[in-house]
Design a protein around this ligand. Structure first.
Ligand code: ATP
Ligand code: MN
Length: 533
């Protein structure tokens, strides 16, 4: 390999015969290619590359497939999250992807790492046809130095992204033109029929969610920050839109990562080398670090620009509500590179409760922590169509069911062990509604949620006064510096107390109904830690 050009690579071993293969091109080169070859691509006035993912502007969880193979069959949590396909169908999909890649004029390869921990890092190869996808994954993975690239060798996993080309709906197990298929035996993933770049990033996370627990390490759908002085860290779990990325961009802390981490014997480490922030309604005032990170070298997805000035209108959701920006982690001033830190002192579960009944912050016992981790509750605001304002509850195990490979109990056991061993405080924070459900109340102000998190980090909340919630049993914190005491107890913020009680019982009922599917497998005490029937 010595003396060879690290930016050249032969893909014949994969059956890819395209002559022009660009390996780990510079961002400037990828900008040039995106603008030259992809209709619609542009540069925002901030310097970010603006690209469009086409029809799919979000993930397609129903189209994820895992190859059923004797080596991993017993490990996988088969069901709606992990739908099996056989090896033969996987090979048909892969051949289709390679056939498509072979008719492209040029191919991009990104060789990079997943996992900052030297002993647990994975070598990942992305093979794709769009410069936008290449820049996205170069941003999101951990970028190798030129020396590391020269010595990269064979990757551990390969992702073939032929998202421009559809899957064959007549293949057994294909239910749409979209397919995201993963084979642990072949150590490959094939993407067809979606150009949403987030599929690749969450594909890598799914792979880590398989491999890490196999080694006794806990992979987590969370953001993480570290103390500015000491090695201590804290993690924020939460489903999409609950505030992982927003709240981890915190000038008082060092950023470890915004979305995917692993907790091992010597602390935590980020899986990624970049962040992927929601861009809807982004302003420099409320989220300055993220706003300023969206500069040259970043990718802005599905946003609308002014034709003349190329200023981004972050309020424009005409393409999608899920507008996004991807930037290298070092674009956040306070990031800690390498992205590793000591054991967490605090675990925070974020929920965006659109019913407006969960308190802004409560302390959880170990059993309650397990109950809420397995439940993984958040709520979505139903579409505004036809005047529907009723929120809808989502329960997603471990705050990330779509990315789990093992049964949720595997992750829950690892978490319980670590909470016990490191005497970690666990908190439930509602970043959602206050003063009424969606439609009547309002979302809790970001500055109040930030003040709550500051107080946790300062160690103030560990000794703050609490009172038990009559329905959920969690210990509601009643005093937080810089947060008005009247908002800390939700009932007080509702004008109609009986409506509050009814909504609270309704949400409790949804928790109870959801937990039924885990009752037999859960540890003693965990069920009793939920709301009372
Ligand atoms: P994903 O897993 O999809 O990346 P995420 O958990 O990282 O989701 P964020 O990108 O942080 O979610 O999104 C939170 C959104 O909610 C942001 O747009 C943020 O501005 C907004 N928001 C409003 N009020 C709050 C609050 N009190 N706390 C946190 N976020 C808030
Ligand atoms: Mn995020």
């Amino acid at each position: 390999m010595s003396g060879a050009n690290i930016h050249e690579l032969d893909l014949i071993a994969y059956g890819i015969t395209v002559k022009t293969v660009h390996r780990n091109p510079s961002p400037a080169q990828l900008y040039e290619h995106a603008i030259r070859y992809e209709a619609g691509s542009s540069i925002a006035d901030s310097g970010a590359l603006v690209a469009y993912s086409g029809e799919k502007t979000g993930r397609s969880p129903q189209d994820k497939r895992i190859v059923k193979h004797p080596d991993s069959d017993k490990d996988v949590w088969w069901g709606p999250v992990n739908v099996p396909i056989d090896e033969h169908v996987f090979r048909i999909n892969r051949e289709r992807a390679i056939d498509y890649l072979n008719i492209c004029e040029r191919i991009y390869v990104i060789d990079a790492f997943a996992g900052w921990h030297p002993r647990n890092r994975l070598k990942v190869r992305i093979i794709c046809s769009r410069p936008y996808h290449a820049l996205f994954m170069q941003t999101m993975l951990i970028r190798p130095t030129s020396g590391e690239l020269a010595e990269f060798g064979e990757p551990d996993y390969v992702i073939f992204n032929a998202g421009r080309f559809p899957a064959n709906r007549l293949s057994v197990g294909m239910t749409s033109k979209t397919s995201i298929a993963l084979s642990f035996a072949e150590r490959q993933m094939v993407i067809l029929g979606t150009e949403y770049a987030g599929e690749m990033k969450k594909g890598v996370f799914t792979i880590m969610n398989y491999l890490m627990p196999k080694r006794g390490l806990l992979s987590m759908h969370c953001s993480a920050t570290a103390d500015a002085q000491g090695p201590q860290s804290s993690v924020l779990f939460g489903l999409s839109g609950t505030g992982k990325t927003t709240l981890s961009a915190d000038p008082k802390r060092r950023l470890i990562g915004d979305d995917e981490h692993v907790w091992g014997d010597d602390g935590i480490f980020n899986i990624e080398g970049g962040c992927y922030a929601k861009a809807i309604d982004l302003t420099p005032e409320s989220e300055p670090d993220i706003f300023h990170a969206l500069r040259f070298g970043s990718v802005l997805e599905n946003v609308v620009l002014d034709d003349e000035s190329h200023r981004v209108d972050f309020h424009d959701t005409s393409i999608t509500q899920n507008t996004r920006g991807a930037y290298p982690i070092e674009f956040i001033k306070n990031s800690k590179v390498p992205c590793m830190a000591g054991h967490p002192t605090d675990i925070i579960f974020l929920t965006c409760d659109a019913f407006g009944v969960l308190p802004p912050v409560s302390k959880l016992t170990q059993e309650q922590a397990m109950y809420h981790f397995i439940s993984g509750y958040t709520a979505k605001v139903a579409g505004t169509e036809m005047g529907v304002t009723e929120p809808s509850a989502t329960f997603s195990a471990c705050f990330g069911a779509p990315f789990l490979v093992w049964h949720p109990a595997k992750y829950a056991e690892l978490l319980a062990e670590k909470i016990e061993e490191h005497k970690v405080n666990v908190w439930l924070i509602n970043t959602g509604w206050s003063g009424g459900s969606y439609g009547a109340g309002a979302r809790i102000k970001l500055k109040f949620t930030r003040a709550i998190i500051d107080a946790i980090h300062a160690g103030i909340l560990a000794t703050a006064p609490t009172q038990p919630d009559p329905i959920f049993g969690i210990h509601v914190v009643t005093e937080v510096p810089d947060v008005p005491a009247e908002i800390l107890i939700p009932e007080r913020t509702w004008a109609d107390k009986s409506e509050f009680a009814g909504t609270s019982r309704k949400l409790a009922g949804l928790f109870i109904a959801n937990f039924k599917k885990y009752e037999s497998g859960s540890a003693p005490g965990v069920k009793a830690a939920g709301p009372e029937a």
